[in-house]
Design a protein around this ligand. Structure first.
Ligand SMILES: Cc1ncc(COP(=O)(O)O)c(C=O)c1O
Length: 387
């Protein structure tokens, strides 16, 4: 019997950075000191009050399923959060608790995308988006973006690239890998345009808490017929708990519920109880301190990379990434990343993990390491560049 691998797996791209991560682990096992600036997750631990809330739930022993769309009390909390943070009313029924933003993508694309339809995304962007679209038989229409639009899509770019097969637009602001935000005006214009075109607007707001400067606007401030994807992974430092959420237009509540029932049953229950504490008064000060810490790290890294000769066309205003142009040093950023790891023990992510457009002359640095560690990384990077 020939056990064929499903055709949908053709072209499912791996993370190139995993190759680097594996090598970094080997080097660490050999005793080398590696500075990790490749990983897109906070180095800080989950806040104590969240851990306690999760443990308290586990200790009572009955760790059971919840309703597929999540614990009502958590859905209420998230609904209040939208009122409080953005001044928008979102009914708890429209809040769907998911296994991370990844689960939210799966559900939202699963209920809205037909085979053969296209989703517009910027290049560069978070690499899994394209694979989610492919999983449902859709196609990604990548739109090259540069500094002129803050590395984000704009209403003009959407209009130019929309065709009869287009089904929707997916943006992330702040963006991974560039850390840049879409402007309030452009977000509003883009949402209105997609609505006029009868398409779906997917707004990935996973890095919203980590913004340095003007606050980020939620797509929900401009229109209720959007899919908003968010997560406890980044701002709340809960990557491994696998919990996020999705806000859906009214009409999609029922299909989403049916899909969630079938593919997840529910999001990990202890994580849902833990997440309840994420919005507590006690935690808000802790989160603000962390946001400030990331801001300082970002400023430090930005200045140092410029000093070394990297080009950064737009200063990032959010997330914990700098997407730096390394064309002064190399035309092959993957090889550059491999050599940097081998020779100096600094791990970074090559541009080709985020798309094709100018990927070979970009590197993503994640400032998920302390300033002291990054200072050492910069020292090593400087030595590497002088070779
Ligand atoms: C832009 C973006 N969206 C979604 C995700 C997935 O996050 P989660 O851990 O919540 O599934 C990531 C993770 O790096 C991300 O950077």
């Amino acid at each position: 019997m020939v056990m064929n691998i499903a055709q949908r797996m053709d072209g499912f791209s791996p993370f190139y950075v995993m190759e680097l991560l594996q090598r970094a682990k080997q080097l660490e096992a050999q005793g080398r000191d590696i500075i990790h600036m490749e990983i897109g997750e906070p180095d800080l631990s989950t806040p104590k009050c969240i851990i306690e809330a999760g443990l308290n739930y586990i200790r009572q022993g009955q760790v059971k399923y919840t309703a597929a769309t999540g614990l009502p009390v958590l859905k209420n909390k998230i609904s209040e959060f939208y009122q409080h943070r953005y001044g928008v009313q979102v009914s708890p029924e429209r809040v769907i608790i998911t296994p991370g933003a990844s689960g939210a993508f799966l559900l939202s694309l699963g209920v809205s995308l037909n085979p053969g339809e296209e989703i517009l995304m910027p290049d560069p962007c978070y690499p899994c988006n394209n694979n989610f679209v492919r999983f449902f038989g859709g196609r990604t229409k990548f739109v090259d973006v540069n500094a002129s639009t803050n590395y984000q899509l704009s209403a003009d770019l959407i209009k130019k690239n929309w065709n009869k097969n287009s089904r929707g637009v997916l943006i992330a602001s702040p963006s991974n890998p560039t850390g840049t935000l879409i402007s309030e005006q452009e977000l509003k214009k883009s949402i209105n345009l997609v609505n006029e075109l009868d398409g779906c607007f997917f707004s990935d707001e996973i890095y919203h808490g980590l913004v340095y400067g003007k606050r980020a606007h939620s797509a929900l401030e401009f229109n209720q017929k959007v899919f908003v994807i968010n997560s406890f992974s980044k701002y709340f430092s809960m990557t491994g708990w696998r919990i996020g959420w999705l806000i859906v237009p009214e009409k999609f509540i029922n299909p989403i519920e049916r899909l969630a029932q079938n593919i997840f049953i529910s999001t990990p229950t202890h994580s849902q109880y833990a997440a309840l504490a994420a919005f507590s008064e006690e935690n808000s000060e802790e989160l603000e301190n962390r946001r400030q810490e990331f801001e300082q790290r970002g400023d430090f890294l930005y200045m140092e990379l410029l000093r070394l000769g990297f080009k950064i066309a737009v200063k990032p205003k959010g997330a914990f990434y700098i997407y730096a142009d390394c064309s002064r040093f190399t035309e092959d950023s993957f090889q550059f990343a491999k050599d940097l790891l081998e020779q100096e023990g600094v791990a970074v992510t090559p541009g080709k993990d985020f798309g094709k457009f100018e990927a070979n002359c970009h590197i993503r640095f994640a400032y998920t390491a302390s300033i002291a560690k990054m200072a050492l990384a910069i020292e090593r990077l400087e030595r590497f560049l002088c070779r």
